[in-house]
Design a protein around this ligand. Structure first.
Ligand code: SAM
Length: 299
């Protein structure tokens, strides 16, 4: 008998030969072209030096915000890193992963096809529990699902993030997740030194982050992207803050506004960007007084 329902997702191979998932509704292959596991580890775990942060954590708990749980590659990469250190007998803080998601179909699909993704091995029961009860915990860690639209659930988040892995779909198809308003809400739930990591390198996204009150820096490259983006409430924690080179590119760019903003706001945006502590050099000056900062394009 013919099935009338067709699945929204499909297992595909990327041009780099990695196994990934195509979402046919938004026509995006996840983590293209490097695949979910490489991107999760390169862009999020390794770039944020998660293992070192866990080992050197001064507090008794460490909180990861996993924005866009999707097929759980990022959260599973956190769990693999944490469990690896635990198996080595290292002293660790209690780990709390807060995953934000409004549609669990992708995770269910990935779980059904878990044999395609070796990083699922050993975590299938934890994922089933997360899907059915919204949480999963052991003596040393807690994994919580904040189910619903991030723009609402972020306001109810009970914990403050030490690190944010920001991984919605691209602004083209998921614009509400890249707005000034959205980043402002998130900022309120981040600890002062927390860093947000995201795959986007787009100018409108970086402008939205600056307007939302973050300091913004260049993140590591991945796949075809030469740069990604980091952002924090604290300038000195950024490895490679945007500076004069970015500012002059922005001044000549055709995309000077956040996505969805109209030209009538241009004068206001220009004034805010040019007077922002990071762009005026004020943050750099303060930071150099207080600590050593690697700042590759401030001059
Ligand atoms: C690229 S996928 C995430 C991939 C995932 N991080 C992984 O490691 O497999 C983007 C996810 O963001 C979720 N998402 C998009 N907009 C959202 C919103 N407003 N609130 C909550 N989740 C959202 C989508 O449902 C989708 O599952």
């Amino acid at each position: 008998m013919l099935s009338l329902t067709t699945c929204q997702y499909e297992i595909v191979k990327t041009s780099f030969g990695a196994v990934s998932i195509l979402d046919k509704n938004v026509n995006e292959i996840m983590h293209n072209p490097v695949g979910p596991w490489v991107e999760a580890n390169e862009l999020y775990i390794n770039q944020s030096q998660l293992r070192d942060r866990l080992l050197n954590c001064a507090s008794d708990s460490y909180v990861v915000f996993d924005v866009g749980l999707g097929a759980a590659a990022n959260s599973l990469a956190v769990l693999h890193a944490y469990d690896g250190l635990r198996k080595e007998g290292r002293k660790l803080p209690r780990l709390k992963i807060v995953s934000f998601e409004q549609n669990l179909e992708l995770l269910k699909f990935a779980l059904q096809n878990s044999k395609e993704f070796s990083h699922f091995s050993g975590y299938e029961i934890a994922i089933e529990k997360l899907i059915s009860t919204g949480k999963c915990h052991t003596d040393s860690l807690e994994w919580i699902l904040c189910y619903g639209n991030f723009l609402n659930t972020i306001e109810q988040a009970s914990a403050e993030a030490d690190v944010v892995y920001y991984d919605p779909y691209s602004p083209k198809v998921n614009s509400e997740m890249w707005t000034v308003e959205c980043f402002e809400k998130l900022k309120l739930r981040m600890k002062p030194n927390a860093i947000l990591y995201t795959y986007s390198q787009s100018t409108p996204v970086r402008v939205a982050l600056i307007l939302a009150g973050y300091f913004v820096g260049i993140g590591t490259s991945t796949g075809f992207k030469l740069e990604t983006t980091q952002a924090s409430r604290t300038f000195s924690v950024l490895k490679s803050p945007l500076g004069k080179r970015w500012l002059s590119r922005w001044q000549n760019s055709r995309s000077q506004l956040p996505y969805g903003w109209t030209e009538d706001r241009m004068a206001d945006v220009k004034a805010k960007i040019l007077n922002h502590d990071q762009m005026s050099g004020h943050a750099s000056h303060l930071s150099q007084v207080n600590c050593q900062v690697k700042c590759n394009d401030m001059i």
